[in-house]
Design a protein around this ligand. Structure first.
Ligand code: NBG
Length: 826
């Protein structure tokens, strides 16, 4: 690159940041890339031209970053994650490049509707929910903090399904995010690695006459790299997200072709290319799917081979591989990496077991994101043996060494040894991926203080006793750039005024708001900021659902995946209770409320889908009941994703974080709401505990059982029917549902939901019902005291500094990865 003509040249068409350069670039790209004149261009053409204009400006930063990291031989974080839920790129990149204002002017000059252009972008939905979004927030913070980092994952051709609501039910539509092209990625056709599957292992004598095992796979597929630049906020560091796409090694296999088995050969191509075809939904009852294991191994193997390639550019061997890289396992999805790195080191690079284990164990760190037993991955030995026979051998050997050590430490404690074993022996033998990840890592962390404590005292107790120093807590965080700076224009303006334009880089400076908590003239700014956001969401609600809502009503919002442990049905029960009370006493004095729900249910999760139907059904009745006089409105916003989430957080007055204590590892939506000035009604679960401690107990609506209460209740033998029998309001609420009033007289429709609550109630919804209803009454009266409410809302924002993902990443860097920033400048 000729530094004189491009870099630092504000007028350069491809790189310049001047108004004129931006406009010229846009028109050039419209013409030379989209092949359109402005007067025949579609909105999508304009989006593509805008995207390329922005991407060009990122490329020189990206290349400079790669060069700087390479020259410095910087220690690099590799974030291995099966999911990255990035959200739309365009506006985010404008903000990170610090040209959002200029682009607004340019758009005016060119007579473009910028909002309509943003609207064109289909987000890459390469994740299910919190875990994938967290990975995306972390990429943003890693780049912003100038940490050398690579995100490694899978380029799913179909991401999470699109949700539409038909007759009140969720219907899944396939996600076609690549249909119109993806301007943010760059394919690296020459950057490909082969990945084997199946076959067998055989013993052979190596050149030192040592017996070794080698793997003869039956199928080999290629992983091809697709790279996306991740620009930091107002820095030049631009990191790499590298996603692997599967391809057949050849278009067909001549052998089969000559044998006349053309379709057999094509079939192999189909099998190969299926690997990166579709993202698996989580929360499916049975996830033991072969293709899923193929996906995990596929991306892990490509990523490790790529890391080795990068390392060998500088070094003669892999002895110091673990000095060069810290590889984070985002949940157990990439945990097979432990066995794969061992295989590569031993089988391909000739390392001894001992040296390979030393390198491997010092390379990986593992984050646990859930305690739900059904979400702790295990793979059957049978399946592993079929798909990855060499890895199974290695896992057995790792386990053998580990258990030998443990038998010395705990002689005769067979029960403990069985719990520690990587192989579960009860019933069908299975490999416990969390155990493999823990044994094969130098650090293990939970994602909120409470969650980490529970890890140490329950699922990982035995491991914690062996290696107490291996365990860390890193409380999750979210990027204030996307979720405040970009999504909440009104709040951004206020914060820029009070804390300066750099507030989004240093979230603790939000503390300046404390001074204004009692300033009534400031309150009116605050309130009008909120109102504007609510008006905006009201328009979206009207457009998406046809429902008119009053922006002056209290906006009470629960958006997240639909799951019984998250207890959307508790929220719904409360709404039915309010409805019932209003019907009995139409003059009851309550603050008018708009309840907003959003979230996807796993396609195979019947109860979650029924909960959606329940919410839409109570909405259909209550919203149209003239007696209610608009005191209650219920909205289910379809297709909750990152893009649709952005205007939601700023509009909330109340954020619902009502999971059963002990079940939500952290939650991150809770942080997004609070940062935007919503008050939380929540249980003492996940990060709620820390949010409440930060914002002040008096500024948080807490209810429900604690983890200890839950434990006690279950030990005492919980009978939900008893709760119903003893609580008249609850019993009337349930009767009302059973009357068929929300199901056009169909008495069967909601039976499974009601029966599950009354006879099983696995997430103790009924046990927390009374406490929740009472807490909601406090919310109702608090909302009537506008001044006090504003004060609480301001203090929530003022005290959210801790929950920036920058803080989380700093914690990882300092306590786990031991990496330092490498600033890049053009
Ligand atoms: C989810 C938890 C959330 C947490 C995110 C990010 C999984 C397996 N876990 O509580 O349920 O906020 O991870 O850590 O998706």
């Amino acid at each position: 690159m000729n530094d004189d003509t491009r870099v630092n040249n504000d007028e350069h068409t491809r790189t310049g940041l001047s108004l004129e350069a931006l406009k010229r670039a846009f028109l050039d790209n419209l013409f030379y890339i989209q092949a359109r004149f402005p007067d025949v261009a579609t909105e999508h053409d304009r989006y593509m031209a805008a995207a390329y204009t922005v991407r060009e400006r990122m490329l020189e930063r990206w290349i400079k970053t790669a060069k700087t990291y390479k020259e410095n031989e910087a220690r690099t974080v590799c974030y291995l994650s099966a999911e990255f839920l990035l959200g739309p790129h365009l506006n985010n990149n404008l903000i990170n490049l610090d040209i959002a204002d200029k682009v607004e002017v340019a758009a005016k000059d060119l007579d473009l509707d910028l909002e309509a252009i943003f609207e064109q972008e289909v987000e890459p939905g390469l994740g299910n929910g919190g875990l994938g979004r967290l990975a995306a927030c972390y990429l943003d913070s890693l780049a912003t903090l100038q940490i050398p980092a690579i995100g490694y994952g899978i380029r799913y051709e179909f991401g999470i399904f699109d949700q539409v609501i038909e007759h009140g039910w969720q219907v899944e539509k396939s996600d076609l995010w690549l249909r119109n092209g993806n301007p943010w990625e760059i394919i690296r056709p020459k950057l490909r690695f082969s990945v084997g599957f199946g076959g067998h292992t055989e013993l052979f004598a190596d050149k030192h006459n040592q017996t070794r095992s080698r793997w003869v796979p039956e199928l080999v597929v290629n992983g091809v790299a697709y790279d996306t630049p991740i620009l930091g906020y107002q820095v030049d560091n631009t990191n790499l997200l590298r996603l692997w796409s599967a391809e057949a090694t050849a278009s067909f296999d001549f052998d089969s072709f000559n044998k006349g088995d053309y379709y057999g050969a094509i079939n192999e191509k189909v099998i190969a290319e299926n690997i990166s075809k579709v993202l698996y939904p989580n929360d499916e009852p049975e996830a033991g799917k072969e293709l899923r294991l193929r996906q995990q191994y596929f991306f892990v193997s490509c990523s490790l081979q790529d890391m080795i390639r990068l390392h060998l550019r500088h070094k003669a061997n892999l002895d110091n591989f673990h000095h060069k890289f810290a590889a984070q396992l985002n949940d157990t999805h990439p945990a097979i990496a432990v066995a794969e790195l061992m295989r590569l080191l031993i089988d391909i690079y000739g390392y001894s077991w001992k040296s390979a284990w030393h390198i491997t164990r010092n390379t990986f760190a593992y984050t646990n994101h859930t305690l739900l037993p059904e979400a702790l991955e295990t793979w059957s030995v049978k399946l592993l043996n079929k798909l990855l026979p060499r890895h199974l051998e290695i896992i057995y050997e790792i386990n053998g060494h580990f258990l030998d050590e443990m038998r010395t430490r705990y002689p005769f404690d067979h029960a403990r040894i069985a719990r520690l074993s990587i192989i579960a022996e009860e019933g069908e033998r299975r490999v416990r991926m969390a155990n493999l990840a823990t044994v094969g890592s130098f650090a293990v962390n939970g994602v909120a203080a409470l969650h980490t404590e529970l890890l140490k005292t329950t699922v990982m107790k035995d491991f914690y006793e062996i290696w107490p120093d291996k365990f860390h807590n890193v409380t999750n965080g979210v990027t204030p750039r996307r979720f405040v700076r970009m999504s909440n224009t009104g709040l951004n303006e206020i914060l820029c005024d009070l804390a300066g334009p750099d507030w989004a880089k240093n979230l603790s400076c939000l503390e300046v708001l404390e001074k204004y908590a009692d300033d009534t003239s400031f309150h009116s700014h605050w309130q009008s900021m909120k109102l504007t956001a609510k008006q905006r969401l009201s328009k979206i609600i009207k457009k998406q659902t046809g429902i008119s809502v009053d922006p002056n009503s209290m906006f009470d919002i629960q958006v997240k995946r639909i799951h019984e442990y998250k207890r959307q049905h508790l929220n719904a029960l409360h709404i039915v209770t309010l409805y019932h009370q209003l019907k009995k006493n139409p003059e009851m004095d309550i603050s008018p409320r708009t309840f907003v729900f959003g979230g996807k249910a796993a396609p195979g999760y019947f109860m979650a889908k029924l909960i959606i139907k329940f919410i839409t059904s109570i909405g259909a009745v209550i919203n149209n009941d003239p007696q209610i006089k608009d005191k209650l409105k219920i909205v289910f916003l379809p297709d909750f994703n990152v893009k649709h989430a952005q205007p939601i957080y700023p509009a909330a007055d109340i954020s619902e974080q009502i999971s059963l204590a002990g079940k939500e590892a952290s939650g991150t939506g809770n942080m997004k709401f609070s940062m935007n000035g919503a008050l939380t009604i929540g249980t003492l679960d996940g990060a709620n505990v820390e949010i409440r401690d930060e914002v002040g107990h008096e500024n948080f609506f807490v209810f429900g059982m604690t983890v200890d209460d839950v434990k006690r209740k279950l030990n005492d033998g919980y009978r939900p029917q008893d709760v119903v029998d003893q609580n008249a309001t609850l019993s009337e609420t349930i009767d009302l549902i059973n009357s068929g009033i929300f199901s056009h007289g169909d008495l069967k429709l909601f039976r499974p939901l009601v029966d599950s609550l009354v006879y099983q109630d696995p997430y103790l919804v009924l046990a927390d019902y009374q406490s929740y209803v009472e807490c909601q009454q406090q919310v109702d009266s608090a909302y009537k005291d506008t001044e006090h409410w504003n004060r609480m809302s301001i203090l929530n924002v003022a005290r959210m500094g801790k929950f920036s993902s920058d803080r989380s990443i700093r914690d990882y860097c300092k306590n786990i990865w031991k990496v330092e920033p490498t600033p890049v400048s053009l």
